[in-house]
Each structure stands twice: as structure tokens, then as C-alpha cells.
Design a protein around this ligand. Structure first.
Ligand code: PLP
Length: 358
């Protein structure tokens, strides 16, 4: 695994907060979960999770889905018709990392907003929403991503969410909140999920990122919209049978893994501060939550080469652009591991030629 003497025996995996493995306690509740056939509506654990999430989000109903991608795409499909248009930030997950699904599954166009760290503001919505016309696509939905992944795990301030939502709703548009990491936005701001979610018609949340469950997301909203989300979940192949085993993990995560998210944020801040002091590396975006983006100077190599060199030192990260890598802190990364990772990063930045990739 590791070829460099002194590298940790277990890799420090900073590729994503999706790499967490279920804890022993989580596996126990999964093993003991009461289950049924959820497609027939009788898995009590899934039902309990859906009721719990709806309550947390302050919504009438929720639908458990296999992934964040399906949460977003079923939400888009439920609130648009083919030929409609969706407004989203150009750096958003639905545009960059969901295989073109808005076009393929909903037949919608996406009109992009620009802005620092994945954020935009109400006046941009005015400019991007199309006037009623026989010739134009019909603008239907605005998507806000909080926290914003490519923006560095940036937090949309509650007030900005409110402004964008009010403007959108004033124009007759609906709002979807991609809340894959809404838990992190809440940990960073002290606001509750419902405080953000009240400005959205549908809100997704993910159990398998910072919360550490093996799989699963949910969409919350009003009853009529969630009924459509259920229909499209089935159409997209995401209706599952004894999924109470997964729902049990999600419920356990809601009970035990939310209050600790600030630790991931502290670790990310520590990592970011350390990296910023290493010659040839820079931290281009403020570290607001659990993510650290690292710009690699060309004198060291490409981000892919840097990551390969780091991997030999037992630290795993993902390149996200030719000169940019990403590190994400999570449940399975301790503060002590951050210090070990920093030593490895410094070593890789100093000795790039050791990398087998070069
Ligand atoms: C990860 C992520 C998703 C999609 O989640 P998957 O479960 O990987 O499909 C959606 N939105 C954002 C912002 C994400 O980071």
C-alpha cells in the first residue's frame, strides 16, 4: 500500500466524506432493524426515517432514496416538465457530477449563474429567469447547493438563501435545496436544517457523507410534491425493498453523528492552515466546513502527480482540476491523523520526483 518508510500503515483517506465506514454501533442497529417491503409501503424503519427527516426539515413529507443524485434528479423531475429551464450555479453538483441527468431524465435545460464560491444572489435570478413567451423555455426551478462542494464547502448564509428564495418565489419559481451537506452548513452557522429548508420547496439531505451511513439520501417537501418524488424514484429505479437496514443506519447517524461535525470542521481548518504554510502549495478557498482545496504549483507537478506522490505516503486525496486537489475531513479522520497527513503533504511537496507517477 505505502512504499515510503514512516508512512501510516492505514491510509488516511481524505478523498471524500463518502469513504466513512459504518461504525460497530451502526452495524448493530442495522442488523437489528425491523424491516418490511418498502415498495409496498410496509417497512416501519424507512417510514420512521421519513417521518423523522420531514420533521427535522419542517416539511409535510419525505422520501428515502438511494443516493444524493437521485434525490436531486427526482426533485428536478417532480417540479419540471421537458423543455423547462432550471437555474443553478455553474459549479453546482447537478451540472458537474450527475452525468447530464437534468437533460437525460427530465428533459430540462439548465441556465447557469456565476459567482464566487458557488454562491449567487437575488438580482442574478431576475436576470436569468425568462419572461413569459411562446418562444422561450419556461423557467421553473432554482437550485441552491448548501454547502457548495466546488466552492470549497462554502456555506450559503441564511440571509442569502432567503433573498434568492423570495425573489424566485416572487417570479413564480420553485426552489430546490441540494442539501447533501446541509448538516455541515448547520454545524457551521448554528442554524437548524428547517431554518434553511423553509426557503425551499424541496430539500435533499444525505446520510452517507459526513453522517457516515453506508448509503441513502432523502427529499423533503409538501405532500403533493413528495408524492411525485415517490413516483419518479420508482421510475428511476430507486424504490427499494427491505431498505429499513439502510434507514436504521441513517436514523443512528441522525442521533449520533451530527453533534460531532464541528470536529471535522476544526480538523479541516487545521489542515488548511498547515497546508497554507507549505511552499508550493496554496489554499485558494476559505475553509468554512470540512473541505480543503489545495492548489499545487507547477514546479511540484500536476495535482494528479501530487496526489500519486501523497498516496505513496499513505494519504489519499482527489485531484479536482489540473492544479487543484481536494481533501475532506470526516468521521474516520482524527486530529492526530491531520498532523500525520500534514507531514506527508510537506514531504510530497518537497520531493515530488519520488512519485512513481512521474
Ligand atoms: C455528493 C453530492 C451529491 C450526490 O450524492 P451521491 O450520493 O454521490 O449521488 C449531490 N449534491 C452534492 C452537493 C454532493 O456533494
Amino acid at each position: 500500500m505505502s512504499t515510503i518508510p514512516g508512512a501510516p500503515s492505514i491510509p488516511i483517506d481524505l478523498r471524500s466524506d463518502t469513504v466513512t465506514r459504518p461504525t460497530a454501533a451502526m452495524r448493530r442497529v442495522m442488523a437489528e432493524a425491523v424491516v418490511g417491503d418498502d415498495v409496498l409501503g410496509d417497512d416501519p424503519t424507512v417510514t420512521r426515517l421519513q417521518e423523522r427527516v420531514a420533521e427535522i426539515m419542517g416539511k409535510e413529507a419525505a422520501c428515502f432514496v438511494p443516493s444524493g443524485t437521485m434525490a436531486n434528479q427526482a426533485s428536478i423531475r417532480a417540479q419540471t416538465e421537458p423543455g423547462d429551464e432550471v437555474i443553478a450555479h455553474e459549479g453546482s453538483h447537478i451540472i458537474n457530477y450527475e452525468t447530464g441527468a437534468p437533460a437525460a431524465l427530465s428533459g430540462v435545460m439548465v441556465r447557469t449563474a456565476a459567482g464566487p464560491r458557488g454562491l449567487f444572489d437575488a438580482d442574478q435570478v431576475d436576470g436569468l429567469a425568462r419572461p413569459d413567451s411562446d418562444h422561450s423555455p419556461r423557467t421553473r426551478l432554482v437550485v441552491i447547493e448548501n454547502t457548495q462542494n466546488r466552492g470549497g464547502g462554502a456555506v450559503w448564509p441564511l440571509d442569502q438563501v432567503r433573498r434568492v428564495s423570495q425573489r424566485a418565489r416572487g417570479l413564480g419559481l420553485r426552489v430546490h435545496l441540494d442539501g447533501a451537506r446541509l448538516w455541515n452548513a448547520c454545524a457551521a452557522t448554528g442554524h437548524s436544517p428547517a431554518e434553511f429548508a423553509r426557503h425551499a420547496d424541496t430539500v435533499s439531505c444525505c446520510f452517507s457523507k459526513g453522517l457516515g451511513a453506508p448509503a441513502g439520501s432523502a427529499v423533503s417537501g409538501d405532500k403533493a410534491t413528495i408524492a411525485r418524488v415517490f413516483r419518479f424514484r420508482k421510475m428511476f429505479g430507486g424504490a427499494m425493498r427491505q431498505s429499513g437496514i439502510l434507514a436504521a443506519a441513517a436514523l443512528h447517524a441522525l442521533d449520533h453523528h451530527i453533534d460531532r461535525l464541528h470536529e471535522d470542521h476544526e480538523n479541516a481548518a487545521r489542515l488548511g492552515a498547515g497546508v497554507a504554510n507549505i511552499p508550493g502549495l496554496a489554499v485558494p478557498l476559505p475553509v468554512e466546513t470540512n473541505m480543503v482545496f489545495i492548489d499545487v504549483d507547477r514546479s511540484i507537478g500536476t495535482a494528479a502527480e501530487f496526489c500519486a506522490s501523497l498516496r505513496e505516503r499513505g494519504v489519499w486525496m482527489l485531484p479536482t482540476a489540473p492544479q487543484r486537489a481536494r481533501a475532506v475531513c470526516h468521521l474516520d479522520v482524527s486530529r492526530a491523523m491531520i498532523d500525520i497527513a500534514l507531514a506527508a503533504i510537506e514531504s510530497a511537496a518537497r520531493a515530488p520526483m519520488l512519485s512513481g507517477a512521474r
